[in-house]
Design a protein around this ligand. Structure first.
Ligand SMILES: Nc1nc2c(c(=O)[nH]1)N[C@H]1C(S)=C(S)[C@@H](COP(=O)(O)O)O[C@H]1N2
Ligand SMILES: [Mo]
Length: 199
């Protein structure tokens, strides 16, 4: 009997073929932040959806916690090529947060405390594809991973999952966010390896 690598027991490992192209598996949870970690108290946190009409829908931390929560278990894929499988989160589906928002917009620009932005089609936030999450692995979301709360949109590269999320502005025109303005792909589908503009 040879040496068994740690973590190899129990559940079946996915092979590289089950990962998006160019990705490798990690069991760590790397921290990738373009700037300093904002330190926000929960009583300072609020989340705002702004429709293209200018109409705002706002939730305080307490109001957010009163919304029905889900516990998505998802694979995440960073454009720097690490993927992490079966990550467990808790949070509120964007279907819930956008349910009463009247809009004809096709695009969303997500804003974070600290100034980070990222854009995506509004349709990619709906139908069970995206959440505002405040817990990871059964614990409060750590500040370096976006706590008090972050966006989770796992079917796109992880730069779309804005940490320290502050709000979402719905727009009729597509407006590139922070990395999208810096040469990264506008949409960022890891299965089509849309890392950079032109991919
Ligand atoms: N506000 C904010 N959100 C962000 C980022 C950032 O720099 N600022 N980095 C993005 C990138 S590139 C990745 S890969 C993930 C990293 O999340 P993690 O640090 O929890 O692994 O957050 C994304 N969301
Ligand atoms: Mo990333």
């Amino acid at each position: 009997m040879g040496i068994v690598s740690p973590g190899f027991h129990g559940r079946r490992r996915k092979s590289a073929a089950e990962l998006p192209p160019g990705q490798y598996l990690t069991n760590d949870f790397p921290v990738l932040s373009a700037g300093p970690t904002p330190r926000l108290r929960e009583d300072e946190w609020e989340f705002t959806v702004t429709a293209e009409s200018g109409r705002e829908h706002r939730w305080t931390w307490r109001e957010f916690l009163d919304l029905p929560a889900e516990t998505p278990k998802v694979d995440i894929h960073c454009v720097t090529k690490w993927s992490k499988l079966g990550t467990e989160w808790e949070g509120v589906s964007l279907d819930v947060l956008l349910a009463d928002v009247e809009t004809e917009a096709d695009f969303a620009l997500v804003h974070s405390y600290g100034g980070y932005t990222t854009n995506l089609p509004l349709a990619d936030l709906l139908e069970g594809q995206a959440w505002i999450v405040h817990r990871y692995n059964g614990e409060e979301l750590a500040p370096e991973h976006g706590g008090p709360a972050r966006l989770l949109v796992p079917h796109l590269y992880f730069w779309k999952s804005a940490k320290w999320v502050r709000g979402i502005r719905l727009t009729t025109e597509n407006e590139p966010g922070f990395w999208e303005s810096a040469g990264y792909h506008d949409y960022g589908d890891p299965w089509r390896e849309q890392r950079y503009q032109g991919d």
